[in-house]
Ligand binder design. Structure first.
Ligand code: G1P
Ligand code: ZN
Length: 543
């Protein structure tokens, strides 16, 4: 096989965001765009020669082409072996599990997560290290710096790899092994959860609906839920992964998982409903006529972990991203374990997980996970809930209501304003920040602001610092308003406003969330001059 060294010129926009480099497919299709980024990663990581790496993606448009390019570049850069999911498929958590199981040096995961797919939509690529987790910020920053000065890349010339046959082949001196994308992951789930109990639950007539949103989790859910656990045929809807996700937006929330939500709030709903996103790391869980916020789900998972096989031995600690509600904090307090508040993005959990400081972690953005991998894990969360339901034998709504009565309820909402003019969004953030110091002591709707700052994080493990992670306004009673700009959007800017309010009194825990939070929502909008600066008054998505 012939190795070519090609000259190239840098692109100036290859700065990875919250979760890797995400751009429109058309941008990735520019000459050498993907090659520049892959070579920048290989150069920066520096030690891949002779090593094993993992490659797979969520199956979206451009996945296969990108994998062929990466394989040829890996061969030309002396990588020893590449493990590839059959069909180029690996869910993000499965890729993390495979990296860990086979002791790989790292892996390329191809996905733009919950963003739409297709020729005019989004694509993404990120590098995970040998712990199976996303590269830390220092590495992604170094990759970006490298991409600004890159002048050449290495690529092998030769035949394409057949991605659809499980087995071993070679590309020059490099070994390519096509693996079943599901089996290693399914095995890991069997270690963590009590499959016999969950099977018995399904056998007793328990009904669930899992919406795979025509994305990666279809094959995983069919194998695990239907084949291994005996969920009724048809429990999985939209189970066929499609390059454009059927034209949908593969984001498991109340807006985009409409088919599932309609059924769960319709007549004769199943007992349990769940959905996952484009690459399988997010989850939404619902009971009959009942939505569980991701922040609550994390708290409930922590509070019920002693019911579950893989977590019965106790939790080392828990962590949540800063905008995630404080619900899990109170569970940690009662359990007497540490609780960490990290910046948005799964990569910030990595050090805590590696150091054994936390067992569970989660984000309000429909992400929950544990130390079993170094990514959030959609199906894992679904199985966790199923295991808890199999043990407790109570309806979802009763379990959550009982939890609120014991720990309090964090009314919580996130308002997203998508595709806002970038300049206007930056102006809005600067405007809020300029007012922060004057806010402390102000009373809003009977609550006093006790702190207002721009969140900075000092990693307790490696002592690295991350600044500018979102503007926080905190009240004496635990209520909070947070403003952030998204780091994953690909068009203009996305403004996220997160609002929460703690209610300890059980008789006031059954109210409408948006109504309950109205005073704080209105304050957030006037403080930020949202409408005059962005022309928007209604959020694109409310969760
Ligand atoms: C969003 C979520 C964040 C999550 C990330 C990747 O990032 O808010 O919690 O880790 O997607 O799934 P954002 O667009 O807010 O930067
Ligand atoms: Zn995702």
């Amino acid at each position: 096989m012939k190795i070519k060294t090609c000259t190239t010129t840098p692109y100036d926009d290859q700065k990875p965001g919250t979760s890797g480099l995400r751009k429109k497919v058309k941008q990735f299709q520019q000459p050498n765009y993907l090659e520049n980024f892959v070579q920048s990663v290989i150069d920066t990581v520096g030690n891949l020669a002779g090593k094993t790496i993992v490659v797979g993606g969520d199956g979206r448009y451009y996945n296969r082409e990108a994998i062929q390019t990466i394989l040829k570049m890996a061969a030309a850069n002396c990588v020893g072996k590449v493990l590839v999911g059959r069909g180029g498929l690996l869910s993000t958590p499965a890729a993390s599990a495979v990296i860990r199981k086979y002791g790989a040096e790292g892996g390329f995961i191809l996905s733009a997560s919950h963003n739409p797919g297709g020729p005019d939509e989004d694509f993404g690529i990120k590098y995970n290290g040998n712990n199976g987790g996303p590269a830390p910020e220092q590495l992604t920053e170094a990759v970006f710096q490298r991409s600004l000065e890159i002048t050449q890349y290495n690529i092998a010339e030769g035949a394409e790899t057949d991605l659809d046959q499980v087995g071993v082949s070679s590309a020059g001196d490099m070994v390519v092994e096509i693996i079943d994308p599901v089996s290693d992951y399914a095995e890991l789930m069997e270690e963590l959860f009590d499959f016999d109990k969950i099977s018995a639950l399904f056998a007793s007539g328990f009904r669930m609906r899992f919406d795979a949103m025509n994305a990666i989790t279809g094959p995983y859910a069919k194998e695990i839920l239907e084949q291994r656990l005996g969920a009724a045929a048809g429990s999985i809807i939209n189970g066929e992964p499609l390059e454009d996700f059927g034209g949908g937006h593969p984001d498991p929330n109340l807006t985009y998982a409409k088919e599932l939500v309609d059924e769960m709030f319709g007549s004769n709903p199943p007992d349990f409903g769940a959905a996952s996103d484009g690459d399988g790391d997010r989850n939404m869980v619902l009971g009959a006529n009942f939505f569980i916020t991701p922040s609550d789900s994390l708290a409930l998972i922590a509070a019920n972990a002693h019911h579950v096989k893989g977590y019965r031995q106790g939790l080392a600690g828990v962590a949540r991203s800063m905008p995630t509600s404080g619900a899990v904090d109170r569970v940690a307090e009662l359990l007497g374990i540490e609780c960490f508040e990290t910046p948005t993005g799964w990569k910030f959990f990595g050090n805590l997980l590696d150091a054994g400081r936390i067992t569970l972690c989660g984000e309000e953005s429909f992400g929950t996970g544990s130390d079993h991998v170094r990514e959030k894990d959609g199906l894992w969360a679904v199985l966790f809930w199923l295991n808890v339901l199999a043990v407790r034998q109570e309806p979802v709504a009763d379990i959550v209501t009982e939890h609120w009565a014991k720990y309090g309820r964090n009314y919580y909402t996130r308002h997203d304003f998508e595709a806002v003019d970038s300049e206007a969004a930056r102006g809005l953030m600067a405007h809020i920040e300029s007012q922060l110091t004057h806010l402390v002591g102000t009373r809003i709707d009977g609550r006093t602001i006790s702190y207002a700052d721009n969140f900075a994080y000092l990693d307790p493990v490696d002592k690295s610092e991350s600044q500018n992670q979102g503007l926080r306004i905190g009240f004496e009673d635990g209520s909070r308003i947070i403003f952030r700009l998204s780091g994953t959007g690909t068009v203009g800017a996305t403004i996220r406003i997160y609002i929460e309010q703690l209610e300890l009194e059980p008789s006031r825990q059954q109210q409408d969330t948006q109504q309950t939070l109205i005073a704080l929502i209105e304050f957030a909008s006037s403080l930020s001059e949202l409408e005059s600066r962005t022309g928007r008054s209604t959020p694109t998505v409310i969760t």
